[in-house]
Design a protein around this ligand. Structure first.
Ligand code: FES
Length: 195
């Protein structure tokens, strides 16, 4: 019996526009290709670029990245699934990552985590029904000197001394995470902040 094989790299499922846009390809070609010895070595930046745009990495994007870098989709998926930083399922607009390692724990990270669970009415690993927040815990971020700390997407908040400060952080987040920049908050004595 003859086996019928299929080149899945050519059999992309595209409902709508490509997820790896021309602008993204241009960025990869102009900014990253010159830095790396091979196209496949650009896989991590490509995954990061897609996740930054869509907040997660859809299967269609995995296939498009693989095709663009001329590697097998399985290789792209293997790499993406190896690193916890890459999300292969949708998450909230804002990923709240509370450090749970020893120094932060001693400095009150558990209280912060419990406050977030209570305020958002979700458990660790869950996403709010409006898809605004996903809450996770993670290990030491290397910022023990300013514990307790929390990452909001890619912004590190340090010295979160109270649940009031935590509320202020959440209240200041813009609706569109693309408008979210490092707020450079300076905490004031009374718990209010500037910046
Ligand atoms: S223990 Fe939290 S940053 Fe090190």
């Amino acid at each position: 019996m003859a086996w019928i094989s299929e080149d899945r790299r050519q059999a992309l499922v595209r409902d709508g526009k490509p997820l790896l846009t021309d602008d993204m390809k241009k960025t990869l070609e102009e900014k990253y290709f010159p830095r790396y010895p091979t196209k496949r070595a650009v896989l991590l930046p490509a995954l990061h670029l897609v996740q930054h745009e869509y907040n997660w990495i859809p299967p269609q994007a995995i296939e498009e990245i693989a095709q663009f870098l001329e590697i097998a989709p399985a290789e792209a998926l293997d790499t993406a699934s190896f690193y916890e930083e890459y999300w292969l399922k949708p998450k909230g607009k804002y990923l709240l990552q509370v450090c749970r390692s020893l120094t932060c724990e001693i400095c009150g990270s558990e209280k912060l985590r419990e406050h977030l669970q209570s305020r958002l009415n979700i458990d660790v690993g869950e996403t709010t029904p409006d898809k605004r927040f996903t809450l996770v815990e993670l290990e030491c971020l290397g910022a023990c000197g300013s514990a307790p700390v929390m990452l909001v997407n890619e912004v590190l908040y340090e010295n979160i001394a109270s649940t009031d400060q935590l509320d202020q952080i959440l209240d200041r987040l813009p609706d569109d995470p693309h408008d979210f920049k490092d707020p450079n908050i300076t905490w004031e004595q009374d718990g209010s902040h500037s910046g």
